[in-house]
Every structure is written in C-alpha cells, then in structure tokens.
Write a protein of this length. Structure first.
Length: 163
C-alpha cells in the first residue's frame, strides 16, 4: 500500500508539473500554419475555421420547370361586336334612255351599311357611283341609261347592314 501511495504522489507531481510546463511552452505564435491536422481538432474548432473566399464556380445546369401559376384575373370587357347582318333592298327605279337615276338602300335603325351595290333588272345601265351615303345607314347607287339603248332601264340598290 505504501508503494501505491508513493506511485500516486509521484504521478500527481509529474502531472501538475507537465500541465504548468505545457502552458508555458505552447503558445499560438509558436504553432506553425497547417502543422495540426483537422483530425486532431475538436468539432467546435473545425467549425470556427474560416478561409478566404474562393472564386465563383461554373454555372450549374438549368433546373426543371416549376408548376403552373394560378389563373390570372379576367380581362376587361371588349367592345361590342357585330351581332346582326341584314341584307336590304332599295326601291326599283326606271330610267329612260339618256337619263340618270338613283336608288338608296336604307338600313334598319341601329345598323350601318358596311357594303352594297346595285342590280339592273331590265335594259342597259352604267354605274356612275355606288357607295355609302353621307349618312352611314344608307347605300346609294347612281346609274346612267345610255341614250342609244332604246329602252327603259330598271335597277335597285342593295346594302349589307351590320348592327
């Protein structure tokens, strides 16, 4: 037992002396860079290490397309479009040879003449004018029965009306 006591006492003296000597011998300035491997450091010491910022790496590949977004809000109401097309006919007009005659096709209320023309149902007639009137609800036609035709010409205007 005496020898165990002596061994414990010697061990305590050597251990305390080594610790005191180690604090005097090891100084951070004396440790050379990269002389202690990371495996000998604590996790906390490794986590606290910070090096210089490196160069930016190459761009990675494009990621997959994401899911579709939510439905957008409805758009503003558009202008009212054409809801009705009507074909109207003007009155028959008879023209004697060497004379002019005019006929107009009038659209119903709220409609406008968008196209038109005329039809010669008897005799010979040459068109002098065919088009919308200054009032956009009427299509006018003006025709000439030539003097040498020898017969009365009959015609009427027509219009395509849209509302």
């Amino acid at each position: 037992m005496k020898s165990a006591l002596i061994a414990a006492l010697v061990s305590a003296i050597i251990g305390s002396g080594s610790a005191v000597a180690a604090t005097r011998l090891i100084n951070g300035n004396l440790i050379q860079n990269r002389s202690i491997p990371a495996t000998k450091l604590t996790r906390a010491a490794v986590a606290s290490l910070r090096g210089l910022k490196g160069a930016q790496g190459a761009q990675g590949p494009q990621g997959e397309q994401g899911p579709a977004g939510p439905q957008g809000a409805p758009g503003a109401a558009g202008m009212n479009g054409t809801t009705s097309i009507t074909l109207v006919r003007g009155a028959n007009v008879s023209i004697s040879p060497g004379s002019y005659g005019g006929s107009g096709a009038q659209c119903p209320n709220g409609a406008h003449a968008v196209s038109g023309g005329f039809v010669v149902s008897a005799g010979v007639a040459y068109v002098e004018a065919s088009g919308p009137d200054s009032d956009p609800t009427t299509w006018d036609a003006l025709v000439l029965n030539p003097s040498g035709s020898g017969a009365t010409a009959t015609f009427h205007a027509w219009a395509t009306c849209a509302s």
